[in-house]
Design a protein around this ligand. Structure first.
Ligand SMILES: [Zn+2]
Length: 838
């Protein structure tokens, strides 16, 4: 059966692969001009790389905004394994932030965004490791799927598939892109996809090599089969060059600190043909990107050209009859590209007719069994005769209105159509679709094939406006969003979500019991509905005793929360297990917490992790009691240290400049603290005095100054008492063996005896940004390196200074401690105790 030719599937593809929101930064004549020009271009390009920030945003902007072709960026991963510069989120949460940053960037550069099921598991040096962790065929299937759905004329790889690319995941993206170029066209490859899509042969495969160093530029200059494009060209309609737009787009990658210059002037890029007919002048050499490529398409192209030619920015409605003519001839065509173009044409008709169409809900969230009020608004700001023939709300449940449709819209007076919808009691929560099922290794589980590739959940509801402009019928689709005002930022929108009536949150995601004593554990119950009343049930692993395994909650208003406390007694020997909570509220069972991610550059996001905490019983002794913590870019180490019984004080600028540091047994600098805190760099002398007087300072990882993504290292001026250079060395294999270099060092013995066992059960990596050079006053504590690499001793350095101790430690404590890794606690406790113990 050949579903792919039926119009139903085509429309479905349009709904899924069209950006949910328009480009807000374009408006007025520029937006109209671009919409008209774009309608008459039927070409497409898909760029493929591995991570958020790998994409060449200047090239994307040049293609989407300049050449007006449909442009996509396929990032194999959501960048979950990187470091977060703006907050403490890691893993799933970081993947959500990076996804939204990419979508924010795409709204500026005009491209679309796709992903595979692959998870960024952290830095790797070889593509083989990436394929082992992901499954080569699994991710190739996803790349093929996205190619078959998007149907690009040209595929552009960002990487070469060789060690030149650095990161093994970069190499893997090029290898998979090259394989997908032919596999997508082969009906024998991934035939299970053919119930939804047809094989697709892109015409040309190109490589857009990065040329950041002089050597790389010289290498690229010599390459055969290359053409030059210049995104530095100025676009008078947009008022910017594409390279400038790229700067704005790239600056959305805030969690990676990718703020970029809005570069003016020529900014050449190279494209090398790797397969298909060699391009000699232009990326689309030999590819017809006009309507002539579609059987019977010539009249459409002629009508659209006439429309564009006659466009008058003072009187945009004059173009409407010409667009209606194009629409009539388009409707008789049969080609998979046509539905997308019809959708664009309807949007352009609404735009040029001066219509404002919007759909908003009265709340940003609804619970299963609850209801929402939705307003669909139509505003006619020009003088054409426009009628709303009907509005359909499509989505997770039916919606109805008592308002009457029809009649000509009054001039410049909004007409609001009020809908209500009742959500089923069995409606699943709005978990991001890739997190709804447990992961398999380093890939997401996505049960519905049609979801594969989508950047985010489709909106819960969409409003389909059926309009009559003069006598022509069009359909315009708008997502239903929640619109709100934030005093500091003005009007914002956020997606509407399904949330549970209550959410459950343990005080820690991993709870450590450093001795046999019972600990009081808190479970927070937060209401999302009024009058939330019910019972919570706790489940403990065998061998752990809880003072009460159930509790009641009565919460009057949404947002109100209550805390249930339990005493939990661990087993006397080492043990691990899961502590779980379930709530019954009315007839809903809830076993999740709720996290909200709120940053000004992206729409608010929510996710619902299981309401479970990891329990860890392991002997950890700590001789330090008072710990000062200098928070850097953000991490959850302070909460972890409190579990050892320490009092942790976050140190502000005043503390660093004038406070009494002598009251602390140890002072710890947070992740990237020297990179982000000028007040820390300004008071390095006070920290050295503190050590000199008998204190212990523990410095976690920082990134070398002036470091670019392709190499180079410099010295952070006074990160320690003696010269020390932060480099780029890291150990990415979390099981990499660790050798003890100074077996007599007290750091390995007091108060905890450290053994090889303490390096078991680590997650993601050993560490990053090791010291590459250091003064002989420092002693290296450990040697560890990735398989096949040369030995490295710069991960942990210590030096006595005066009466105290300085420790530089580039192990990933910010991952291991919040995850409850027992050995990490024991080693870190020795570091903290080193002022007291020695
Ligand atoms: Zn990358």
């Amino acid at each position: 059966m050949d579903f792919a030719r039926t119009p139903i599937l085509a429309v479905l593809c349009v709904a899924c692969l069209t950006p949910a929101f328009g480009q807000r930064e374009l408006s007025g004549s520029a937006q109209e001009r671009l919409a008209l020009d774009r309608l008459n271009v039927v070409g497409s390009v898909l760029m493929i790389a591995a991570h958020p920030d790998d994409e060449n945003t200047a090239l994307l902007a040049y293609l989407a905004r300049g050449r007006k072709v449909r442009t996509g960026y396929l990032s194999l991963t959501r960048g979950e394994g990187g470091q977060n510069l703006i907050g403490a989120e890691q893993g799933d949460e970081l993947g959500i932030i990076r996804t939204q940053e990419l979508l924010a960037a795409r709204r500026i550069d005009g491209a679309e965004q796709f992903f595979t099921r692959a998870i960024d598991f952290g830095f790797t040096k070889t593509p083989q490791e990436a394929f082992e962790k992901w499954g080569h065929e699994k991710i190739l299937a996803d790349v093929v799927w996205i190619v078959r759905r998007f149907r690009p004329d040209v595929i552009i790889l960002r990487f070469s598939g060789t060690p030149r690319d650095g990161h093994g995941q970069h190499q893997a993206s090029a290898i998979l892109g090259r394989e997908a170029f032919s596999a997508a066209a082969d009906p024998k490859r991934f035939p299970e996809q053919l119930q939804w899509v047809q094989p697709w042969q892109a015409t040309r495969l190109m490589w857009n090599p990065g040329a950041f160093t002089k050597e790389q530029r010289e290498e690229v200059e010599k390459m055969p089969n290359k053409i030059v494009v210049d995104p530095g060209d100025y676009d008078p309609v947009l008022g910017h060059s594409y390279a400038e737009i790229a700067g704005m787009s790239r600056s959305m990658h805030r969690s990676q600190g990718m703020g970029a210059a809005e570069r003016k002037g020529s900014a050449k890029d190279f494209l090398v043909t790797q397969a298909g007919p060699v391009a000699t002048r232009d990326i689309f050499d030999g590819i017809d990107i006009s309507w002539n490529r579609i059987a019977g398409g010539a009249p459409v192209g002629a009508a659209l050209a006439e429309a564009a030619k006659n466009f008058d920015s003072e009187n945009p409605t004059r173009t409407v009859p010409l667009l209606i003519k194009a629409q009539k001839s388009m409707s008789s065509l049969h080609d998979p590209m046509v539905p997308l173009k019809e959708h664009e044409l309807n949007d352009a008709l609404a735009l040029l007719s001066g219509l404002w169409l919007d759909a908003a809900s009265d709340k940003f969230a609804v619970t299963p069994g609850g209801s929402l009020k939705l307003d669909a608004t139509a505003l006619n700001r020009e003088h054409l005769a426009v009628q709303v023939a009907s509005i359909e709300i499509r989505g997770i449940s039916p919606a109805s209105t008592k308002d009457k449709f029809g009649g000509v819209l009054p001039f410049n007076e909004p007409r609001v159509f009020a809908f209500t919808t009742n959500v089923s009691e069995r409606q699943p929560l709005s978990q991001p679709y890739w997190l709804a099922e447990p992961k398999i290794g380093d890939t997401y589980t996505i049960p519905n094939q049609l979801d594969v590739g989508l950047p985010e959940n489709p909106p819960l509801y969409e409003a389909h406006f059926h309009l009559k402009i003069e006598s022509d019928e069009i359909e315009v689709v708008r997502p239903v969003a929640y619109r709100y005002i934030e005093r500091a930022q003005g009007e914002l929108t956020r997606p509407v979500v399904v949330e549970p009536p209550v959410a459950l949150q343990w005080s820690q995601s991993a709870i450590l019991f450093p001795n046999r004593s019972a600990r009081t554990i808190q479970l927070q119950v937060r209401a999302n509905v009024p009058k939330a009343t019910g019972k919570v049930q706790i489940e403990t692993p065998l061998g752990w005793r809880i003072s009460a395994d159930a509790g009641d909650f009565h919460l009057a208003a949404p947002g109100e929360q209550s805390e249930l406390s339990f005493d939990l007694t661990p087993p006397s020997n080492d043990a691990q297990g899961a502590l779980k909570a379930t709530a019954r509220e009315n007839n809903q069972t809830v076993a999740v917490s709720m996290e909200t991610i709120n940053y000004p550059h992206i729409p608010v996001q929510v996710l619902f992790p299981p309401a479970a905490a990891k329990l860890v019983r392991a002997d950890v002794r700590l001789a330090a009691k008072n710990i000062g913590y200098i928070m850097g870019a953000g991490d959850e180490v302070p909460q972890a240290l409190q579990q050892l019984g320490a009092d942790v004080t976050l140190l502000g600028s005043d503390d660093l400049a004038t406070g009494n540091l002598g009251r602390f047994d140890a002072i710890v600098t947070g992740v990237r603290a020297y990179n982000v805190r000028a007040d820390l760099r300004a008071n390095e002398g006070r920290l050295l005095d503190y050590i000199n007087n008998g204190g212990a300072v523990v410095v976690q990882y920082n990134v070398a100054d002036g470091q670019n993504p392709f190499g180079g290292e410099t010295t952070l001026s006074n990160i320690g008492p003696y010269p020390l250079t932060v480099g780029r060395e890291r150990v990415t294999v979390e099981e990499a063996p660790v050798e003890f270099l100074h077996t007599d060092s007290p750091l390995l013995h007091r108060p905890n005896e450290i053994t090889a066992r303490d390096f078991q059960g680590w997650i993601q990596e050993r560490g990053l940004y090791f010291a590459s050079k250091w003064d002989p006053h420092y002693q290296p504590l450990f040697e560890t390196h990735d398989p096949g690499e040369k030995p490295q001793e710069g991960s942990n350095l210590y030096a006595r200074y005066g009466k105290g101790m300085y420790i530089f430690t580039a192990f990933s404590w910010f991952r291991e401690l919040p995850a409850g890794v027992p050995g990490a606690f024991r080693i870190f406790a020795n570091f903290l105790s080193s002022g007291k113990e020695q």
